[in-house]
Ligand binder design. Structure first.
Ligand SMILES: [Zn+2]
Length: 137
């Protein structure tokens, strides 16, 4: 009888002959180790976007609210990551999935006007070549 070893921990496998891992945990260890670097990077960015989205949702319980930039910054909000944007005449909304914010100033303080995304905000004619991003350094 041929002995099959778990691809993750090398322990002999019992049961079905087509098994490759002891259990779900070994399977996930193996796949995490063998994941391509770009997959890891994508996972990291997805994590950041999810966190951003969670914070926006947390501070916007009823459709619209205003929060200081410093508050979100302290909680780990990453301002350079967003999923899409909605530029209009006097500003740009930055979205993390279904929540977004408009950077505003109130009494000299940087704040976010947080909103839930509206349907019309997905139907924009967006031209990346018309955007100018300033490097503030
Ligand atoms: Zn194993």
């Amino acid at each position: 009888m041929e002995l099959t070893l778990c691809l993750a921990c090398n322990k002999p496998l019992k049961g079905r002959s087509d098994k490759k891992f002891c259990d779900a945990q070994c399977r996930s260890i193996y796949h995490n180790k063998n994941r391509a670097p770009h997959e890891m990077q994508m996972q990291e960015i997805n994590k950041i976007l999810r966190k951003n989205r969670g914070l926006l949702a947390q501070f916007c319980p009823s459709g619209k609210s205003t929060v200081k930039k410093s508050v979100l910054h302290q909680l780990g909000f990453s301002f350079i990551y967003f999923t899409d944007m909605f530029p209009f005449k006097t500003g740009t909304y930055f979205f993390c999935y279904d929540y977004g914010y408009l950077p505003i100033q109130e009494k000299g303080q940087d704040k976010l006007l947080i909103i839930q995304k509206q349907d019309y905000m997905s139907n924009i004619k967006f031209n990346p070549w018309s955007v100018r991003i300033q490097n503030l350094d």
